[in-house]
Design a protein around this ligand. Structure first.
Ligand code: ATP
Length: 288
């Protein structure tokens, strides 16, 4: 029930009334306002379609979740977290934007930014490795986006290349906020913000959400990988030293000892890199 209208944006429609006067009506968007195209991808609980707004011809990605499946698998909580989080993160180009939400008898719909170039993971697999220029560009866009979400009181908790989507100009758009944690005060920025899943520590902050806190013990989120916990990794020969130094300072088990976002931006690896608005006007480097 709570889902019904919250976050649903409206569009305006001009009509002529009985006296011949033009009136502007606001209308809620619904399924019929979009024409659905091919399937862009499938998740465990959703199917994502390419869709076009019939009025403006703007293209979107529409994520469709089947209500019965969500209820059966007890995923209502995650569906709501994703919607609430996306509704809080609407002013940054590095986050997939949620434009409208609506529902019909069987399904829930999220109308999202279209990310035509797929997941960063796919691009990385195809390219094999990124050169320093590419790594710096994607790294900077991801970092800028993390800084924004932390400033709005959102901790992603499952950041990985699958959850970094790319638009048609190869700019980053972070997605998958189903396991995010929302701090109660969106304007209270986290203090010891680090990059990556689990780096920020909302648990020690005054603004944390009481309700979520109660379920903390059983709320493992993220991606469990043995080698992550063991810090089992190495560098191939010829790996750029500045990049190696940055990685070694980020992959630290004790979150208190990891670099903060400000430290990362000032690290030698990002020498000469711009952040903020200017970064999103940059042309993405060519993949080699
Ligand atoms: P799971 O729920 O199993 O973890 P998921 O989180 O990837 O999977 P979705 O968010 O529904 O599930 O996405 C399914 C697929 O659709 C993704 O793999 C991605 O390739 C594609 N996709 C998701 N969002 C977009 C988007 N905004 N633009 C383009 N493609 C998208």
């Amino acid at each position: 029930e709570d889902w019904k209208d919250r976050g649903a944006a409206v569009s305006t429609r001009r009509e002529i009334d009985a006296n011949g006067k033009t009136i502007v009506k606001t209308v809620k968007k619904g399924v019929r306002d979009f024409s659905f195209g091919r399937v862009l991808g499938e998740g465990s609980y959703s199917t994502v379609y390419l869709a076009t707004d019939r009025q403006t011809l703007k293209e979107y990605a529409i994520k469709v979740l089947e209500k019965r499946h969500i209820i059966k698998e007890k995923k209502i909580k995650y569906v709501n977290i994703e919607k609430d989080t996306l509704n809080r993160l609407t002013e940054h180009p590095g986050i997939v934007r949620l434009y409208y939400t609506f529902q019909d008898e069987n399904s829930l719909y999220y109308v999202l930014d279209l990310c035509n170039s797929g997941e960063l993971l796919g691009v990385l697999k195809k390219t094999g490795t990124f050169d320093v220029e590419c790594a710096r560009f994607f790294g900077a866009q991801i970092l800028d986006s993390i800084e924004y979400m932390h400033s709005r009181g959102v901790i992603h908790r499952d950041l990985k290349p699958e959850n970094v989507l790319l638009d048609d100009s190869m700019h980053v758009k972070i997605t998958d906020f189903g396991t995010a944690r929302l701090l109660t005060d969106p304007r209270a920025p986290p203090t010891a913000a680090g990059a990556g899943a689990g780096a920020a520590r909302p648990d020690d902050r005054p603004g944390r959400d009481k309700q979520q806190d109660d379920t903390r013990a059983e709320s493992f989120v993220g991606t469990a990988e043995y080698k992550i916990v063991e810090l089992d990794y190495g560098f191939p020969p010829g790996f750029p030293p500045a990049a190696q130094d940055l990685i070694e300072r980020l992959l630290v088990l004790d979150p208190e000892r990891r670099l903060t976002i400000e430290h990362i931006k000032n690290h030698e690896f990002f020498d000469g890199q711009t952040f903020g608005k200017q970064l999103w006007r940059m042309k993405a480097p060519r993949l080699r």
